[in-house]
Design a protein around this ligand. Structure first.
Ligand code: ATP
Length: 448
């Protein structure tokens, strides 16, 4: 484990965040505020893994302390977002985000519900955290450093890190907040921490108490999204889900839910694609691709219930259900078609998540086809546009068909210039005029 020291810590923090962090600490020093780096970043620094987040704790007896400090510290051009109900705030500048939270104590009136929050001391704040490994803080401002310039821990937190273990801070932890089970699987897997016996006992106790059924779908989905996003920083979603299955958490979230063996390899492959994207994906939401893979082997009724349980509704839920239903037919067609043009027209209508899910599940030959489509073909511009076709006198649905035909022929190497494209368009137009009504005229006879 790393030795704690202010200079070493500074070197470990994301460089882009330093100017903003310095502005906060300067303002804290002016106001004699006690500001600490807290939780995940301290843990990651001591474990020697990359620190990505800058999470700050502002010790104060008014929940507004963090928001007030954020507003006063924000240099010009920095956006401040306050969440008064939670006593937190964020500073946003050119993609950098710094989070500030007022020190708090939390009480859970009901298992699985959100806690009531009130101002608390630094120790209260460390004690409310999910695991010992996260109950750590390092002083940044002069007031925080007053006594010492060292990591402050909740009892046993540093020993946990040293032994690389994940331990809940009290036996009712999962009863209070069952989403911590998802966090446990995610962190244990990503950071290679072993889950202690007392933590397993606390989990069994929460499972017996039946609290997993009462957590809201939105909260579950948020943790599930993090679990998938973690692949970008070395997590393996298939292994985290496997842990949750082994711990009987999946079935407690929704009866019958499990991780089918056939989904393991595709989920692992998806994880690798999230870490190192095989092609540029602009609006790729990995969690949707993960749901496509995870839920595909499950019976359709269960699939529907799981989507509802995770508060995945409306168009998103519908598109996941439809994509799963069509998946095998798509894979079959992708294996059968010949030519890059045919692959393009097959894959063209798919959204980014479906494409990633097909890539994760496909055989090597299909993966090569998908990769070539995603990296080369789909961005190629055909030599004639819809406007060109209108100019030569085509109108109505035949314009779309002619464009399709031109695109296929172009990607297959059958034509390359605008003139050749227009010849084909005229031919398609002519054939559509002579075709029997209701009969579809395709641009080009497909082989195979
Ligand atoms: P990562 O490094 O993946 O972001 P993290 O531990 O920093 O993990 P966050 O979700 O950013 O995770 O949470 C920030 C901190 O807030 C955690 O370190 C933890 O101390 C605390 N925390 C988050 N969720 C909970 C929870 N459900 N119960 C108790 N403490 C929590």
């Amino acid at each position: 484990m790393k030795k704690a020291g202010a200079e070493a810590l500074r070197r470990a923090l994301p460089e882009a965040a330093l100017p903003l962090l310095d502005a906060v600490v300067r303002e804290a020093d002016r106001r004699r505020a006690s500001v600490w780096l807290v939780g995940g970043p301290v843990r990651d620094w001591l474990l020697g893994v990359a620190v990505r987040d800058v999470d700050l704790l502002v010790v104060g007896d008014d929940l507004a302390a963090a928001g007030d400090l954020a507003e006063r510290a924000a240099p010009d051009g920095v956006r401040v977002v306050r969440h008064p109900r939670f006593g937190t705030a964020e500073l946003h500048h050119q993609g950098v985000v710094i989070e500030l939270a007022t020190s708090r104590r939390e009480t859970y009136a009901q298992a699985g519900a959100l806690p009531s929050v009130s101002p608390g001391t630094l120790d209260d704040d460390l004690a409310r955290r999910d695991f010992g490994a996260n109950a750590l803080a390092f002083p940044l401002s002069k007031t925080a450093r007053a006594n010492d310039n060292r990591v402050v821990e909740a009892d046993g937190a540093l020993r946990d890190l040293e032994a690389r273990r994940l331990r809940v801070q009290h036996s009712g932890s999962f009863r209070d907040d069952p989403t911590r089970a998802l966090r446990a699987a995610r962190l244990a897997q990503r950071l290679g921490l072993s889950v202690t016996r007392s933590t397993h006992a606390a989990l069994r106790d929460a499972l017996r108490a039946g609290v997993f059924g009462v957590v809201s779908g939105e909260r579950l989905r948020r943790e599930f999204v993090k679990l998938i996003d973690d692949a970008a920083i070395g997590g393996d979603p298939s292994r985290a889900l496997r842990l949750l299955d082994d711990w009987h958490v999946l079935g407690a979230l929704e009866p019958g839910l499990c991780l089918d063996r056939s989904a393991v390899v595709p989920l692992r492959r998806l994880g690798r694609a999230i870490a190192t994207p095989p092609w540029k994906s602009l609006r790729h939401r990995p969690w949707r691709a993960a749901l496509l893979l995870w839920l595909a082997p499950l019976p359709s009724g269960l699939r529907k219930r799981v989507l509802e349980r995770l508060a995945v509704r409306g168009e998103v839920a519908r598109s996941i259900t439809v994509a799963i239903r069509q998946r095998d037919a798509r894979l079959g067609a992708l294996a059968r078609v010949r030519g890059r043009g045919a692959v393009d027209s097959l894959l063209g209508p798919l959204d980014e998540e479906e494409l990633h899910a097909l890539y994760a599940v496909g055989e090597p030959k299909l993966r090569r086809r998908i990769l070539r489509y995603a990296t080369e073909d789909r961005t190629r511009r055909t030599p004639a546009s819809g406007r060109d076709l209108v100019e030569i006198g085509l109108s109505g649905p035949v314009v779309g068909r002619a464009l399709e035909g031109i695109r296929e022929a172009f990607l297959d190497g059958g034509l390359s210039s605008r003139d050749e494209a227009l010849v084909l368009a005229r031919e398609i137009g002519r054939r559509s005029r002579t075709a029997k009504p209701g009969r579809r005229v395709v641009g080009r006879k497909r082989q195979g």
